[in-house]
Design a protein. Structure first.
Length: 215
């Protein structure tokens, strides 16, 4: 059984203390590798296959663009002085703007575009260089620690590789500095690898869960 550490991760509960969840005390690969944005040649918006989520890279950092689906009944539209539907667009759900909508079973459905700053602004997430111009590490801040993911830009595509490991993994035993925190259901292991230890860890295959986004 494996655990996959995604952008919207939560701490999973397990039935035995022998199972572990791993985090990192500092952004990887090192404090000196922190940057505010990727190289300009990689700027752009990269979309998932479904098109429901995109990552935008620019001089300001990294943003996640997602679409949430909402609906308003046809009756509510008729009785409201705020909402109006004209030419396949609904007015009133966004200030000074309209969004496409479709009518189905007496409800108008529409998508609302959400933009969340992932790197930059007040975000505590950290972007870091890897030493290879096309590869970066995005460190997600969570409860004082970090979970990394690898980003690789190639041929107009972004490949995100999530941090993953077996629950009973011994891949991290060689890392000298570790802090173990016992919780009710599992052990949280906070790793503090050196730069060389991080290089060794990468070769152990802990970034093997890829997801591809196209520019």
């Amino acid at each position: 059984m494996k655990i996959y550490c995604l952008i919207a991760s939560v701490i999973l509960s397990f039935s035995t203390f022998s199972q572990k969840s791993y985090y990192f005390s500092d952004p990887l690969p090192s404090a000196t590798s922190k940057i505010s944005s990727v190289e300009k040649k990689f700027y752009g918006t990269y979309k998932s296959k479904t098109g429901t989520i995109s990552y935008q890279f620019d001089a300001a950092g990294v943003s996640i663009i997602s679409t949430s689906i909402s609906s308003i009944s046809r009756k509510s539209i008729r009785e409201s002085s705020v909402y109006d539907v004209r030419g396949g667009y609904i007015h009133g759900v966004l200030k000074n703007d309209s969004v496409p909508c479709i009518l189905e079973d007496e409800y108008y459905y529409f998508g609302i575009r959400n933009v969340d700053v992932f790197i930059g602004g007040q975000s505590q997430n950290v972007l870091a260089e890897s030493g290879v111009s096309s590869i970066y590490f995005l460190n997600i801040f969570e409860n004082g620690n970090y979970t990394p993911m690898q980003l690789e830009f190639k041929g107009g595509k972004l490949t995100m590789r999530y941090f993953e490991y077996d629950l009973e993994s011994t891949k991290f035993d060689f890392i000298e500095e570790q802090k173990v925190i016992d919780t009710q259901y599992q052990k949280l292991v906070v790793l503090s690898p050196t730069v060389e230890e991080f290089k060794t860890m990468r070769t152990a295959g802990v970034f093997d869960l890829p997801k591809i986004f196209k520019k």
